[in-house]
Design a protein around this ligand. Structure first.
Ligand code: ADP
Ligand code: MG
Length: 628
């Protein structure tokens, strides 16, 4: 049989390698900017068109290349950065594989212009799909310009896999943030479709963070500094009260290289323990300097993972350094008047407030009720029979006097001092329960089960409604309607609410502005990094506004859909998810009835907007069967 193995031609090998190195336009941006930094540039300009799908250009003022190097740099494994495998362990450059340019040139139209400081003329090289189409001398400024056009032009399948421009731009901005944060000593300028998105002058790290994430970031930062034999840690963590639901601003840099490390992330979360509400994420910008011989960055082709010799020690150091800073800068969860209302999660508050007294009320409730309703004798004898009679009798007088006291005059309440603090709390709620109880007794329509379900009867049997899902459905349909016909009712705020966001978040909010207004939001301004809100939808509280917007940003994240309907749908989903009652919230009978009526007035009452059953029914037949 004939031999069948053959060596792949270079351009095929390069295309295959490109699959690893270049996943999307953002990968090109990363590789080109890193090359510019490795070339010692102090000024780097990034220009993109159509989220990098049409054009990515990086211009630097670095060392440039000679004619020969300019030609060689597109060859596979062509690198000036390492000579032998051991060099890998002493690496101080971003790149080292010599794969990036070869890969990019294999799958795009590339144009290189470069000149070294001392050379009189530079050189221009054009490559299409790995083939050189032009090489000639050129008049170029010192440094290098690399232009990458029509990415994946020869791999339609890859091109089709690219996401919407908004998503791809988001990825590019993420990559840009990472290098820009790691190199505050480099001036970056970033244009997208002719608009300047970022202009970051040379700065210190704190200023760089602020110029990327907006003016209000400064006050949120707590410095971290720790020097040990294994590692030097520096940078900042965000104050706990500015924690977000999304994991946006979390950065680790090891020897100035951005890395992802779930393990070290965990160390930070451990340091924040007790300072954050459930599910909230702190921001951090942490720089770890370690001996480059103790790490291995070669384990991942795009080099965002890293292997440390001694992860456990790093974990411990990092955790204690962050903890120390949080303690030193007295970052307890204080209420700061200036801070935005992000801090109070209304659900948690509601849960706490409602849940606590209710437990007390339940315990105290029966004896109370027995007296007012004058059904006491019968029930009491029953209770007495259960063996607690003696105890109960002892208590009885106090209850009596308290009851009288509350109803006649306040002075008497003071005499029952030992109780007053407790009873005052419960008094309010008890009063309410009484009213509701009356309604319920007369109508007997609904009751709440385990603070989670609302049970009601129908002709054929009974319905058990999941209160959260049902409320989501009701709100969802209401907001869909409000947004579509633009009739959401707005409540004016006495004092406008000012919130701050980063560039990307702002552009998302701009996109959704009209729809948000449909729900009842009114924006005074929406400029730069500031949103001023002077009207909010009915039934939304001020403290919920920041949470809603944060949630929107999280939910939409990378994916701003192009279709208007999908945007409306997602917005309505975010709102209903954020605003619906949770499990654990006590509903008054009136609220329960409202919920039932509103749910069954919906177009799609059976399912929550997230396609979960909103209620189940149990027919009399089903129940009968249970008794068989
Ligand atoms: P690597 O960065 O891993 O060495 P690349 O394919 O990214 O591989 O680049 C190949 C070589 O081309 C680099 O080692 C460097 O010598 C040269 N080079 C690439 N970009 C630039 C630039 N902007 N300025 C100067 N030299 C560059
Ligand atoms: Mg490189």
């Amino acid at each position: 049989m004939a031999d069948i193995i053959q060596l792949l031609p270079d351009h095929v090998a390069n295309q295959i390698a490109a699959g690893e190195v270049v996943q999307r336009p953002a990968s090109v941006v990363k590789e080109l900017i890193e090359n510019a930094i490795d070339a010692g540039a102090t000024e780097i300009k990034l220009v993109i068109k159509d989220a990098g799908k049409t054009l990515v250009q990086v211009v630097d003022n670095g060392v440039g290349m000679t004619d020969t190097d300019a030609r060689l740099c597109f060859e596979r494994h062509a690198t000036s950065k390492i000579k032998k495998a051991e060099d890998l362990f002493l690496l101080n450059t971003k790149g080292f594989r010599g794969e990036a340019l070869a890969s990019i040139a294999a799958i795009a139209h590339v144009e290189l212009n470069t000149r070294q400081q001392e050379a009189e003329v530079g050189v221009q090289i054009k490559i299409e799909g790995g083939k050189v189409t032009c090489q000639e001398p050129s008049v170029a400024p010192k440094g290098t310009s690399l232009l990458v056009k029509n990415l994946f032009f020869n791999i339609p399948a890859r091109r089709n896999f690219l996401k919407s421009d908004a998503v791809e731009l988001r990825h590019i901005i993420d990559e840009f943030h990472r290098v820009a944060l790691a190199h505050p000593n480099v001036h970056f300028d970033f244009y997208s479709n002719g608009t300047e998105l970022f202009n970051l002058p040379v700065a210190n790290i704190r200023q760089r963070i602020v110029s990327i994430f907006g003016g209000k970031t400064n006050e949120k930062l707590v410095p971290v500094n720790e020097e040990t034999e294994v590692v030097n840690v520096s940078g900042f963590v965000g104050k706990p009260e500015f924690a977000k639901k999304s994991r946006g601003e979390q950065f680790f840099f090891v020897n100035n290289r951005f890395i992802k490390s779930p393990y070290l992330h965990h160390a930070i979360m451990a340091a924040f323990e007790g300072l954050l509400k459930d599910g909230m994420q702190p921001g951090y910008f942490l720089f770890l300097d370690v001996d480059s011989a103790t790490i291995d960055i070669n384990i991942h082709p795009t080099k965002t993972e890293i292997k440390f010799d001694d992860e456990h020690t790093l974990y411990a150091i990092l955790r204690s350094a962050v903890k120390h800073s949080l303690g030193q800068f007295n970052v307890a969860p204080v209420l700061d008047f200036d801070s935005d209302t992000n801090l109070d999660t209304p659900y948690d508050y509601k849960n706490k407030k409602v849940a606590m007294p209710t437990i007390e009320v339940d315990a105290n409730f029966n004896p109370f009720k027995e007296e007012t309703e004058e059904k006491a004798p019968k029930k009491e004898s029953f209770k007495g029979g259960s063996g607690s009679y003696g105890f109960k009798k002892e208590k009885q007088p106090s209850w009596e006097s308290l009851y009288v006291g509350l109803n006649t005059n306040d002075d008497e309440v003071v005499t029952t001092e030992g109780f007053s603090s407790v009873e005052f709390e419960s008094e309010e709620v008890t009063g309410k329960l009484f009213e509701d109880e009356d309604i319920q007794l007369s109508k007997a329509t609904t009751f709440q089960l385990q603070k989670k379900y609302v049970v009601t009867t129908i002709k054929s049997g009974m319905v058990i409604i999941d209160q959260t899902r049902a409320h989501q459905r009701v709100l969802y349909e209401q907001y869909l309607k409000d947004i579509t016909i633009n009739e959401g009712v707005s409540q004016q705020l006495l004092f406008p609410l000012e919130l701050h966001f980063g560039k990307v978040e702002m552009s998302l909010l701009q996109t959704l502005k009209e729809r948000l207004e449909g729900t009842g939001f009114a924006f005074e301004t929406m400029e730069e990094d500031t949103v001023v809100i002077n009207g909010i939808p009915m039934h939304v509280t001020e403290s919920e506004v920041a949470i809603i917007l944060e949630q929107l940003i999280t939910d939409f994240g990378d994916d701003i859909p192009d279709s208007g309907f999908t945007q409306t749908d997602m917005l309505a989903k975010t709102l209903c998810k954020t605003l619906a009652v949770r499990g654990g919230e006590v509903l008054s009978v009136a609220e329960q009835e409202n919920l039932v009526n509103n749910l069954f007035a919906c177009t799609e009452p059976t399912m929550s907007p997230f396609n979960k059953p909103a209620f189940i029914t149990m027919s009399a037949g089903d129940i009968e069967k249970k008794f068989m």
